[in-house]
Design a protein around this ligand. Structure first.
Ligand code: GLC
Length: 710
């Protein structure tokens, strides 16, 4: 879309003196004079919500796809209890769409604490309350919900694109602590024939939990390990935390002090908090020099063969400050040998149990935003975003032509240009599988396409059936990573009784990578959504309430099973579709299903998905690693009512410079006089050589096998 056209769809209103967030990449947006749609009352924006009109958005947050009926706060929070009464999770995503007949979007570009009361205080009222009136408000218009999303994405920039190997299955745990443990995991997968592309290194690979170091006692041959695994198609992905350990002689600490790269307190001293390594300083990611300094240090691991990272604890998480700890200790000291009354007891208890992530810490911290001193609390939501930006900007220099895997825990609008996100410390709960399903399309609205939750659940012990169902959903998630906490049972697929079953679903993921990667790339390059709620494409009386089925790319609808002890589920079809029931990655049955409600069988040995009419599913052969995937020979399952159209994108999975042009194969099938007319237009860079077509014909319901050599 040309800028002119965009200009007609977005209006910007500025209040007070907003702090630049760099969320928006386009300048010259039309400035509005009189606020339309909303009413400004005092310090809050209000809007009357009509009955049953959904509100979409807020990205990473609790509850449903339709956000009505709760109060949410944008304030990046390190909180591992994602229950439905929470107001904030790790991200701050301030964009919503009000899905009226003429829908409109609202983006509040504000880096501080922002409240969205969406029918919490009053059922039919939306109230948006910033803490201070210094913000840019964007109103986005469009004919459809997808139109508005597209406009929002053009405003905020093109999504991050990971290397294709990042679509492989990834195994993580806090932590695989030694090179023997890492090798044992790789062996566990390879011995069992389970595909695997990455193993994650959590904090224990570091020397005394210090960023950009390697504990040589536990990983004496780190470089060899990286190279050996890579030969086998497995990459090691180390974690990087926001806090830098305070330790004399530690290069990052010393450079940070010397270069004045750390966040300071209100008196001008370097701010000290405590995270995993004990006392740390926080790099001032809001300062461009500090960003460049921190970013270049990723090179020390990249030089050792590392191709991807996850950025953590970047809300930032602060366990305590020396001052808060001293105050808590003081309370204990004062009560020593005394008969402690109720108030004193709870005072002591609270001073420890509530010592983490206190608001006062964020008020003490101060940034040097390239010459301007800004209190951290007022720009809190930009911290994790800018840590990931530091890495992303550095990678552009360190690996100018190749993509690097990168995702973060905390985020703000705009971070999607630099990396993906994972949704933090969920639990091995069935309700969190459902939360994961519902959250994905909301994240996609923001361009966080490369995202996912910890598959199997992070905290608490998972069960085999939960892991199986989660992997069955995770097959469709771009970031498919099984990760778990230090205190939980083993969660690798080979640690369970029915390893073969888990294996076949992971193999199905690999068979689907040509299709899923292609859908991902189209969504990224066309500012679209990879995961969509049904209501973004269909309009009928039911779809708005369907939140446990999703559209994946242009061709598929999925209906994951997310409850225990179920051998199937109810599915709503907004139009006729072709049901594909997989028994394993190679075996499937096809059934034509009519629009409406159905009960569909799907025990743990089956996986269901639906192909939309006029669309096609592409299936390849599984492999142990993405490096061995054959992208040249695919099977196409087409639901060809009258016509069927599919665009298949392919590239080398590595180049940073990407565009659709030259990389797409267009498949067009038309049924004419009881005969299928197949046209295939291959792009110059296309690799597709063989396409075995299974055409599902609506009238006769016959299936034809056609081998198409290109
Ligand atoms: C945080 C992360 C989690 C990680 C742990 C240890 O809780 O969210 O994924 O395993 O820190 O680094």
């Amino acid at each position: 879309m040309k800028h002119m056209e965009l200009d007609e769809k977005v209006i910007k209103y500025t209040y007070g003196q907003p702090i630049e967030t760099d969320a928006v990449v386009l300048g010259n947006i039309k400035v509005g004079e009189n606020l339309s749609y909303l009413a400004l009352e005092g310090k809050s924006f209000k809007y009357k919500l009509k009955k049953d009109i959904p509100v979409y958005g807020l990205g990473e947050s609790v509850r449903g796809i339709n956000k009505r009926g709760w109060i949410y706060e944008s304030f990046c929070s390190d909180d591992d209890m994602h229950t439905e009464t929470k107001r904030s999770l790790y991200a701050a995503h301030n964009f919503i769409i009000i899905a009226e007949e003429k829908p409109f979007g609202l983006f509040i570009d504000y880096p501080g604490r922002l409240t969205f009361d969406i029918g919490y205080s009053q059922l039919d009222e939306l109230v948006i309350i910033p803490e201070t009136m210094d913000l840019d408000l964007y109103i986005l218009e469009g004919d459809t919900l997808l139109d508005i999303v597209k406009t929002f994405r053009q405003l905020t920039g093109v999504s991050y694109i990971p290397p294709r190997w990042a679509f492989g299955y990834q195994q993580s745990r806090w932590s695989y602590k030694t090179n023997e443990e890492v090798r044992a995991v790789a062996k566990g997968f390879r011995d069992n024939g389970i595909p695997l592309d990455s193993i994650y290194l959590d904090i224990d690979y570091m020397e005394r939990l210090k960023d950009f170091t390697i504990d040589r006692e536990k990983f004496p041959d780190f470089e060899e390990l990286v190279a050996e695994l890579k030969r086998d198609g497995i990459r090691l992905i180390p974690i990087i935390d926001a806090g830098v350990k305070v330790e004399e002689g530690y290069n990052i600490y010393e450079e940070g002090v010397e270069g004045d790269f750390f966040v300071r307190d209100e008196k001008g001293n370097i701010f000290e908090g405590a995270v995993w390594p004990g006392k740390v300083h926080f790099p001032d990611f809001l300062n461009s020099k500090a960003r460049a300094w921190f970013g270049q240090h990723y090179a020390c691991l990249m030089d050792k063969g590392i191709d991807g990272f996850w950025n953590d604890m970047n809300e930032p998480a602060i366990f305590y400050t020396p001052r808060a700890m001293a105050q808590a200790m003081q309370k204990v000291e004062e009560s020593k040998d005394k008969n402690i009354d109720l108030g004193t007891f709870f005072g002591i208890k609270d001073s420890f149990s509530q010592i983490m992530n206190k608001e006062e810490y964020f008020k003490e911290m101060h940034h040097d935003m390239d010459g301007k001193c800004v209190r951290h609390y007022d720009v809190h939501n930009l911290y994790g975003y800018n840590m990931t930006r530091a890495a992303g900007e550095a990678f552009e220099k360190l690996r100018p032509s190749e993509r690097v895997l990168l995702f973060s825990r905390a985020s703000y609008v705009g971070m999607h240009r630099y990396g993906g996100i994972w949704t933090g410390d969920n639990r091995s709960w069935w309700s969190h599988l459902l939360l994961n399903i519902k959250m994905m399309p909301s994240l996609n609205m923001y361009g966080f396409l490369y995202s996912g939750a910890d598959v199997g659940g992070f905290s608490d012990n998972t069960t085999e059936d939960l892991l199986t169902r989660w992997i069955q959903f995770g097959i469709f998630m771009p970031l498919l990573r099984n990760h778990t906490a230090a205190w939980t049972r083993q969660q690798e697929p080979y640690a369970f009784e029915h390893t073969e079953r888990l294996k076949k679903w992971i193999k199905l993921r690999y068979a689907l990578i040509p299709h899923l990667y292609s859908e991902y790339m189209k969504a990224a390059l066309e500012d679209g959504m990879y995961f969509k709620p049904l209501a973004f494409e269909y309009e009928d009386e039911y779809v708005r309430e369907v939140e446990d089925q999703l559209l994946v790319g242009e061709s598929l609808m999925i209906a994951p099973v997310y409850e225990q002890n179920k051998t199937g589920r109810y599915v709503y079809l907004p139009e006729d579709m072709l049901l594909v029931t997989f028994e394993d990655e190679k075996t499937y049955t096809l059934t034509k299903m009519t629009k409406g409600h159905h009960y569909v069988a799907c025990d743990m040995d089956q996986l269901i998905l639906f192909v939309r009419p006029g669309r096609m599913l592409l299936l390849g052969a599984a492999a142990d690693s993405t490096k061995d995937l054959d992208m040249t020979s695919l099977t196409g399952i087409a639901y060809c009512k009258e016509v069927c159209h599919h665009t298949y994108y392919e590239d080398n999975g590595m180049d940073r410079q990407v565009h659709l042009e030259g990389h797409v194969t267009e498949v067009e099938i038309k049924k004419e006089n009881n005969h299928f007319n197949i046209k295939l237009k291959n792009a110059p860079c296309s690799v597709l050589e063989k396409l075995a077509l299974t055409l599902f014909d609506n009238e006769t319901e016959t299936i034809t096998g056609i081998q198409y050599d290109i």
